[in-house]
Write a protein that binds this ligand. Structure first.
Ligand code: CA
Ligand code: CA
Length: 241
């Protein structure tokens, strides 16, 4: 009896604060309700996590381990571990922001993630690298995308009206994404109307009044021509009231 107790004490894992997990980014940046989602967390010491909760829901950890650090990036800033999670939120789940909490023997980490209905989102689809293959989008919906490879670009098109005042914004770096987004707006002839790089931190935002009724093109790329699975972003065009 005494021997068993000693064994248990010897093998109990000691919490090491310098190995505390840290979630840097979750891809995709939005979790949809009513459909199974595979969510990948990227960060530090995530290969040692034992439990992940989204709000009150415990998530299944499908895998965890080391992940590659892109060239010229600091592992401490962009993370070198990842965990893949399976999520299935009921359709009636309230939308908005939810807390994602990852726990290991060395501590916990929190990350705020958006929860949305599928009809509020447009998922970015390749090929969308040129004007001929630009993906049509709708004002008011959130585009969920990734610059998946170095030097890749994502091009979207929308119908704009003369006199319409629009805000075009990207959320990426501010949510922990490795992407440093750069936004360019083109007219129907492929001429640059305007561009934006670092407005909200490293994330661009354009405020514009359209001069003519036409099809416009929005180009999103990484300012350093990098790319990869965690170069994710949200892009949204809104009418200003
Ligand atoms: Ca693309
Ligand atoms: Ca930028």
């Amino acid at each position: 009896m005494v021997l068993m107790l000693l064994t248990a004490v010897t093998f109990a894992q000691e919490a090491k604060p310098d190995k505390q997990p840290k979630i840097i980014v979750a891809t995709p940046l939005v979790v949809t309700v009513g459909t199974p989602v595979k969510l990948t967390l990227r960060g530090l010491f995530l290969d040692e996590i034992t439990e992940v909760k989204l709000g009150e829901t415990k998530l299944e950890i499908a895998s965890k381990g080391k992940t590659a650090v892109p060239q010229n990036y600091d592992a401490k800033r962009v993370g070198d571990t990842q965990a893949e999670l399976s999520i299935s939120l009921p359709p009636e789940t309230a939308t908005g922001m939810l807390k994602l909490v990852a726990t290991s023997p060395h501590g916990t980490s929190q990350y705020d993630i958006a929860v949305a209905r599928p009809d509020e989102l447009i998922v970015e689809k390749e090929p969308n690298d040129g004007f001929k293959t630009a993906q049509p989008i709708v004002i008011g919906k959130t585009i969920v995308g990734t610059i998946h490879d170095p030097r890749n670009v994502d091009l979207f098109s929308f119908e704009g009206m003369a006199g319409e005042k629009l805000t075009i914004r990207v959320q990426a770096a501010q949510l922990g994404s490795l992407l440093d987004p750069f936004l360019t707006l083109y007219d129907e002839n492929g001429q640059i109307v305007t561009g934006s790089d670092d407005v909200d931190g490293r994330d661009p935002r354009l405020e514009i009044e359209l001069k003519k009724t036409a099809r416009y093109y929005v180009l999103l790329q990484d300012a350093n021509d990098s790319g990869g699975p965690h170069f994710c972003y949200l892009l949204k065009i809104d009418r200003k009231s």
